[in-house]
Design a protein around this ligand. Structure first.
Ligand code: 6MZ
Length: 349
């Protein structure tokens, strides 16, 4: 039975809407990247490197400690060549796991070898190249880190708008992520309004830590989707007002089960807020967040969700079908929807 569910979850065409590139690097991808950095002194530290990068179930690190692990991946993706390789291998991983549509997100950054412009161009070109041999459709969401200065916020927003205009078939959205205890949402509002007016869709990491005022401000902004959405229900650090607002607006929530459990944002799977969202009929999309850091995959997240909340294969397939409604690439929605409906009919779900 467990094996059957396992293979069902892999075969189910899935939609991934919350995956940070530098958190999604698999062990194999990191090994390949390390070959490019063989003379940087990291070559002999393979185990320490992986041990630090991966935040497993029994890890003592909390959410706030986890933001340091991304710098490990960043050292491996600091040139256009390694960034392209990381992107290529990560897209292949998602397709191999049965993902048919991916919205990859990443934060453009300057490195000694690359400007933000070359960062974003490298990812766009790699997505274009990969689309020649992959069946999975990939789109890009540009990320802004909460620790950014005002001029960085403007710079990245302008880049996102410019590349959305030049590559409307690749760039679809803008999102805010990074350590939720740093910075203030209000700082980002003018840039987000500008991006939205230009046509970009917006996703916000919302309620990763208890901050009802910020959650309320974010919900009132009416983003197209929110990430995590933990501290919104009153049982999870939200208030009656924040929960009522989410129930009223029904903003789709990108739910990341293993990420939340491994960072102790949720004590265990059973008490995860997915249950409340699902019962309140708030749209939920099962996502991985950082499949490399949390040693997971999208099919594993579907399996965990089914096992924890007693969802039948038919309900799981409908979760994936519903996710198609909330993708940012409007032109691909019908095609994905049909694909899911075919799968559902073929398997008599
Ligand atoms: C908030 C997160 C995150 O952009 O360099 N990131 N932000 N909450 C999370 N939950 C655990 N997981 C990842 O990918 C890494 C960046 O994604 C954001 C952080 O800003 C991290 O530095 P990119 O590709």
């Amino acid at each position: 039975m467990a094996l059957a569910l396992d293979s069902f979850c892999r075969e189910l065409p899935k939609v991934e809407l919350h995956a940070h590139l530098n958190g999604s690097l698999s062990r194999d991808t990191m090994l390949q990247l390390k070959r490019f950095h063989a003379d940087s002194g990291l070559a002999d530290q393979t185990n320490a490197f992986f041990d630090e990068f991966q935040v497993g179930a029994g890890d003592t690190r909390k959410l706030s400690d986890c933001f340091q692990v991304f710098s490990i991946a960043h050292t491996l993706t600091s040139t256009p060549e390694t960034l392209a390789l990381a992107t290529t291998l990560t897209l292949q991983d998602f397709q191999d796991d049965g993902c048919c549509y991916l919205e990859l997100r990443s934060t453009p950054r300057d490195t000694p070898h690359m400007t933000k412009v070359s960062y974003i161009e490298t990812i766009i070109q790699t997505i274009q190249k990969s689309s020649r041999h992959l069946t999975m459709i990939t789109r890009l969401i540009v990320s802004i880190n909460r620790n950014s200065t005002c001029s960085e916020i403007d710079e990245i927003t302008n880049l996102a708008i410019q590349y959305y205009k030049n590559y409307p078939d690749i760039v679809v959205g803008l999102e805010i992520s990074g350590d939720p205890t740093v910075g203030s949402f209000q700082t980002f509002v003018p840039a987000l309004n500008k991006a939205r007016a230009a046509g970009l869709k917006i996703s916000l990491h919302c309620g990763e830590v208890c901050n009802p005022q910020e959650v309320m401000d974010m919900l009132k902004f009416k983003p197209d989707r929110i990430g995590h959405g933990i501290c919104i229900h009153p049982n999870y650090g939200g208030t009656d007002e924040t929960w009522a607002k989410l129930c009223e607006l029904k903003i789709p929530v990108e739910v990341c089960l293993t990420s939340n459990v491994n960072t102790k944002s949720s004590p265990d799977y059973d008490s995860h807020h997915f249950k409340h969202l699902y019962e309140a009929e708030i749209p939920v999309i099962i996502c991985t967040d950082d499949k490399g850091v949390f040693s997971t995959s999208l099919s594993q997240e579907y399996r965990i969700c089914a096992e924890t909340f007693n969802l039948t294969p038919s309900k799981l397939a409908r979760l994936s079908l519903n996710a198609c409604q909330y993708i940012f690439a409007d032109d691909t929605r019908k095609m994905l929807n049909d694909k899911l409906l075919n799968f559902i009919n073929k398997n008599a779900l």
